[in-house]
Design a protein around this ligand. Sequence first.
Ligand code: F6R
Length: 364
Amino acid sequence: DKAGFKHFMAKEIHEQPSTIAEAVRAYLPVGDDAVTLPDGGLDFTGIDRVVMVACGTAYYACLTAKYWFEQLARLPVEVDIASEFRYREPPVAARTLALFVSQSGETADTLAALRYCAGKAERIVSVVNVPESSIARESDLALPIHAGVEIGVASTKAFTCQLSVLLILALKAATDRGALTADDLADHIAALRGLPASINAALDQEPAMESVAKRLAEARDILFLGRGLMYPLALEGALKLKEISYIHAEAYASGELKHGPIALIDNQVPVVVMAPRDELFDKSVSNMQEVMAREGKVLLISDDKGISEAGDGVWQTIRMPRVHDSLAPILYALPAQLLAYHTAVAKGTDVDQPRNLAKSVTVE
Ligand code: F6R
């Protein structure tokens, strides 16, 4: 049942205010400013490092979480693609938390990586959407993301719920390690509880995204740029766009632009810059200027302040509400998803069943 939407993907994108609220409520029960984990939980005082392993969109959720664990909890994190990790057979040091992220909980490479870590890591934890899945069952602790059934092949609501749960887990690690003040913790918790309202405000911008998407649909190649927490999201935006619209898209950390990809820029190439007005914003403005100086078409996704500070010469803008800096990748997932969705609709592709793709990849 598509609940009146044209595609499951559209329905699932619009469900995010409630799925995120559900995930936040499950781990941050109302009336208590502390993280609550299920099944005896997890104590980070015995953990020295985290290894995160996943595939595709779930891998990008892990890359985002690396920033959170490192910045908030001062805990070193390695992130790996499951198919690389499992065959490289890396050493797993003592006091390592092995963390696996999977919507389906059945992805063959992720499951194999988990089995490799069993008996080596201190704890095996998974972040899954399907609680009775193989990955959940074989973990010491499974953390459900509460996204509900996801039918669209391109993951949307599962991604933002994965991010929400991973941020909450990083807050737990930060608290256990004494790395976060009570005030900072309370700020993050308040911001997470307010996130569904901001997601709704982002959804109000859908008409603007739809009209930009009609322009993107004419492009052959599209670049996505982001810095810090926005870099993994740039990767996710490019993946979402290519898998459903079949337009070639690539993402780079903004600072990498001048190390090669800038050679691709001309007046045919839209460059999507995801940049809330955070402490890295000035750096992103310099990168945009480098693109514009070569006639590249910048699509800036930012907040009011960012858009006004970016100045003239920007091709298109999409306006996001202002949120706590840590939460921006969750909020900015919305324009990444909606741009891909409306570009695909404009091109007339099969949005819910893109060619060559399966929802659950249970073979290598
Ligand atoms: C992209 C997408 C895939 C999955 C990947 C992992 O939109 O859906 O990249 O994220 O196949 O799947 P799970 O999370 O089920 O392990």
